[in-house]
Design a protein around this ligand. Sequence first.
Ligand code: NAD
Ligand code: GLY
Length: 365
Amino acid sequence: MMQRTIPVRLKRVVNRSYAVRVEVGIVDSLPEFFRRNWGRRRIFIITDTNVGRLYGRRLLRALSLSGLDASMLDFPAGEESKNAAVVFALHSQLLGLGIRRDSCIVALGGGVVGDVAGFVAATVLRGISFIQVPTTLLAQVDSSVGGKVGIDHPKGKNLIGAFHQPVAVFVDPAVLKTLPVTEFKNGLAEMVKIAAAVDKRLFGRIERRAGVIRRGNERLLGSLLVRAIELKAAVVEKDEFDAGLRAVLNFGHTLAHAIEASSGYSIKHGAAVAMGMASEARIAMRMGLLRESDFKRLLLVMRALGLPVKFPRITSRPKFLFALSADKKASGNRLKFTLLKGIGHAVVGVEVPTPFILELLNGSR
Ligand code: NAD
Ligand code: GLY
């Protein structure tokens, strides 16, 4: 039998850099951005029912008045929509509307919209461009930057997805005015996470001004937001595909994903991250990795911001353990956590012995 080796040479250098623009009122400059960069190509805003009502219709009108060819699609707000049925319905609507490879999707909303619309953009017609316009603090501070898009699966959270970077991110702090307080706190949790994981100076700033931040001081929030995005961008630049360093951003998340999934997503992501950070920091302290004084500092800041620090009551242990083991950070039979070694210093890939998890569960009854 003849033998041949046929190379398929695919090495290429593509510049996929993009800018995250942070500015009050920047949503209103989107028509101008599209006129300059998108010309006659079609724009599809994907949003959820809440954000569609608050900002989507206005944006659609502004784009249309500028002579741009724009349409808007929405789906019910909430984590329950992060599923394959919603993605498929969006695919069908987009194909029905004649989406083409040179069209652009605008993800207008919180982290759920960003993840779902980004995944739709990554998959429809094998991938088209998309823009992130995050409207929750959580999405502005974290999920809109970095290109992780995807949906949940009955086996666990965020298990189906892709890396698909946006072509631009527009962060408008003005839209946070309509955000419910609980959602604002969910965003603060991710801000504390990045500070605790990689930047003790940012953590110190949050610590000193926690009361003011909690009241939503716009100027201060704006500058913290910018710093948090810079930190996230720096991590993503070094490890876009989550091969190592990027796991620092998972501090609090291994437990958080299991808390969320086993609660049937009645506990929101940000709240679960707060609970996860407090519990994972306690584990780090019990394992002798984190000093008690640093553990207490973390808890004090979180309490001052009004974040939940107690491990929740787990109604179904099997569900929790199943979700924990399905977490993509589980490798082989062992669970790997991102734990704090100090404030501003997270370490990745730490094996946590099962008794520490059982201790949490026993305490939660
Ligand atoms: P969300 O998208 O569900 O938004 C929370 C609620 O706020 C929704 O009801 C939404 O309609 C509403 N809302 C959004 N903007 C508003 C505004 N300006 N005013 C009033 N209401 C508004 O939740 P979230 O907390 O933004 O995102 C959580 C999701 O993000 C989770 O699914 C999580 O897994 C994901 N996430 C992804 C990444 C990533 O890197 N891709 C990172 C962190 C979190
Ligand atoms: N939010 C985690 C990440 O972007 O990697």
